[in-house]
Design a protein around this ligand. Structure first.
Ligand code: SF4
Ligand code: SF4
Ligand code: FES
Length: 242
């Protein structure tokens, strides 16, 4: 069922339950994101997509990528509290990943030049979790995960040892917005293995016999499913626009 919601004084009609972020995109309203991807379940990790929502006379801050549009809702994407929170988040990102182009671009777009926070060791990973979720939700092998807390938080394999479940598909490398995962040639001609900082994931334990590998088939099935889901969402949006 289509419902009207108001975003920054613009009325937009979307299906009930559509994430507020997508409703805003439909209305051509920019909301920054780092951990959102159309093919994956919203995760709510980076919090950059924060907006203020007024619902049942209550005003609160929510992450728009995983907050559903409901009738009577009003959304504000550029208020003082929203700007303040985003500024702190971007400054933290700049302090951690000052050299990463996607972070620099985001900061520039939000008018933030430098971070007042003390710079720690520069890292390339923005901890968006896209690689981990793609590996889990689409490839279905969960070869990598996020571990530790605070500044020690990182993407790695269980026990930081070489993974025997990674199939070397390269999806994590393609989806990573910062380029900190590399696929490099493996000893087997034409094949690759995955490098992340000092960590190397073992290449395929099935010796790349993809045609009789259940993991590979599962991956292809999931990928097909995700692409169909994306196409359906996209055509629903196109229909809503027309
Ligand atoms: S290359 Fe390995 S870690 Fe990366 S998505 Fe594929 S299976 Fe997962
Ligand atoms: S390695 Fe890349 S995709 Fe994975 S969490 Fe870090 S920045 Fe995101
Ligand atoms: S895009 Fe919504 S929390 Fe990251």
């Amino acid at each position: 069922m289509k419902i009207p919601i108001i975003i920054d004084n613009k009325m937009v009609k979307v299906d009930r339950g559509t994430p507020v972020l997508l409703a805003a995109r439909k209305a051509d309203i920019f909301i920054p994101t780092l951990c959102y991807h159309e093919l994956l379940e919203p995760y709510g990790a980076c919090r950059l997509c924060i907006v203020e929502v007024v619902q049942n006379r209550q005003r609160r801050l929510v992450t728009s990528c995983n907050y559903p549009a409901e009738p009577g809702m009003e959304v504000f994407t550029d208020t003082d509290p929203v700007r303040k929170i985003r500024k702190v988040l971007v400054e933290l990102l700049l302090a951690r990943c000052s050299e990463v182009p996607v972070v620099q671009k985001l900061a520039r777009r939000m008018g933030i030049e430098t971070s007042e926070l003390k710079k720690k060791e520069t890292k390339e990973c923005v901890l968006c979790g896209l690689c981990v979720r793609f590996c889990e939700e689409v490839v279905s092998v969960s070869a990598i995960g996020l571990s530790n807390r605070g500044i020690e938080r990182e993407v790695t394999t269980p026990f930081k040892t070489a993974s025997d479940t990674c199939i070397g598909c390269g999806s994590c490398s393609y989806i990573c917005p910062t380029g900190c995962i590399e696929m490099v040639p493996d000893k087997t001609p034409g094949m690759r293995e995955m490098h992340m900082g000092k960590l190397t994931l073992e290449p395929c334990t099935n010796h790349y016999q993809c045609e009789n590998c259940s993991t590979d088939q599962q991956f292809l099935n999931n990928l097909k499913k995700e692409v169909t889901r994306f196409r359906d969402t996209f055509s629903r949006f196109r229909n809503q626009e027309s």
